[in-house]
Write a protein that binds this ligand. Structure first.
Ligand code: SF4
Length: 138
């Protein structure tokens, strides 16, 4: 089972191998690969720090518990009609994203995210809506 917070469900779609540190990238790549190869993997939705946040570098100022990040989690979970503590397979989550999220929603859901300008998250949602899974990044 992989523990993920709300906004990371969308971050994984736009993941292209970038991240906060080599260790963070290695862990995120591993999780991304596991979900891509086995979409029936169970994801447990959590509030606050998750299996990605666990590898956020201690040498950098953490934003994981800032209220704006929690607000982003809640916005994404609400959009997907999911709830914290609820397990779902990655395939079910992808299906909900396909049905409920438009690429343009990134602008409002993720208005405070510094990675947004790369445009890869919109691209990731478009790809899911077109019936593709996670892209190969490794
Ligand atoms: S814009 Fe930021 S928070 Fe939103 S999905 Fe992309 S990386 Fe994640």
């Amino acid at each position: 089972m992989i523990r993920l917070r709300g906004h990371h469900l969308l971050c994984l779609l736009g993941y292209r191998g970038m991240g906060y540190s080599p260790e963070y990238v290695e862990n995120m790549t591993q999780i991304h690969r596991a979900l891509r190869n086995a979409p029936d993997t169970t994801v447990l939705l959590v509030s606050g720090s998750d299996d990605l946040c666990d590898r956020f570098p201690t040498s950098q100022p953490s934003h994981c518990n800032e209220s704006r990040v929690h607000a982003r989690d809640n916005a994404v979970i609400g959009k997907l009609h999911l709830g914290v503590g609820q397990p779902a397979t990655w395939a079910e989550i992808q299906q909900r994203i396909k049905e409920s999220v438009e690429p343009s929603d990134i602008t409002t859901l993720c208005s405070t995210c510094s990675w947004r300008s790369y445009g890869v998250c919109e691209e990731g949602i478009r790809s899911i809506r077109d019936g593709h899974g996670l892209p190969v990044v490794d």
